[in-house]
Structure formats: structure tokens, C-alpha cells
Design a protein around this ligand. Structure first.
Ligand code: ZN
Length: 124
């Protein structure tokens, strides 16, 4: 939403700059022409700068969240990682049985994968 607004504002600056150049740039008075051109260029550069800023400040997609499922049997070491699904919470029982010991499974942890270091995860 913010990106759209800043894009609209930057387009407005570029549009206004064009309008000023068109209106005053072709003036027979050289002073008006120069000032018009200069003002137009200034608005253009502001608009382009804003556009660049909005581009770099684009909202990144949320980092991937993963859910770690573990077997509830302490003697069993089964664990599984899957994509986080809405409604997942820690200690939530999973509607599936352990493929190793047929014991019940539950969610052990929910993690956000760091974007740059995919091997490092931080626990919520
Ligand atoms: Zn198990």
C-alpha cells in the first residue's frame, strides 16, 4: 500500500515536471524558459528518486516459516519439517501417526527461516 502511494507521488512529480517544461520551456522569454526547464528537471529528479526509493523499499515477502513435528515418544527420534500452516501452534497434536513407532505426533517448534542464512533458524 505504501509502495503504491509513493509510486503515485513520484509519477505526480514527473507529470508536473513535464507540464512545467511543456508550459514554460518553450517560452519566448529565455529567462522563463530556463527557469521552466530547471524546475521541470528538478521535479523529474525528485520523482525519479522517489520511484527508486519505493523500488528498493518494496515490501519483501515474509520469510518462510517452518513447523517442526516430533514424535511424542521420548525413545523415538522421529522428526519432520514441513511448511508452516495457518493455525499451527507449539504442542499442537498432529493428525497423523509416527511412521516409526505409530505413536502420536505433535508440533515441537515453529521457526522462521532466515532469508540469507537458510541453515540458521530462529525460534519464535
Ligand atoms: Zn515415533
Amino acid at each position: 500500500m505504501l509502495g503504491i502511494v509513493s509510486k503515485a507521488v513520484s509519477l505526480l512529480f514527473i507529470l508536473a515536471g513535464t507540464l512545467i517544461v511543456v508550459t514554460y520551456g518553450g517560452s519566448t522569454d529565455p529567462l522563463v524558459s530556463v527557469i521552466g526547464m530547471f524546475a521541470g528537471m528538478l521535479l523529474w529528479s525528485i520523482g525519479l528518486a522517489l520511484m527508486g526509493a519505493s523500488k528498493s523499499g518494496q515490501v519483501k515477502p515474509p520469510p518462510p516459516t517452518i513447523t517442526e513435528i516430533r514424535c511424542e515418544d521420548p525413545s523415538c527420534d522421529f522428526k519432520e519439517i514441513r511448511d508452516f500452516q495457518e493455525g499451527d501452534y507449539i504442542m499442537m497434536p498432529v493428525d497423523a501417526n509416527c511412521p516409526k513407532c505409530q505413536g502420536s505426533l505433535s508440533i515441537y517448534g515453529i521457526y522462521i527461516s532466515a532469508e540469507d542464512e537458510s541453515d540458521k533458524v530462529s525460534k519464535i
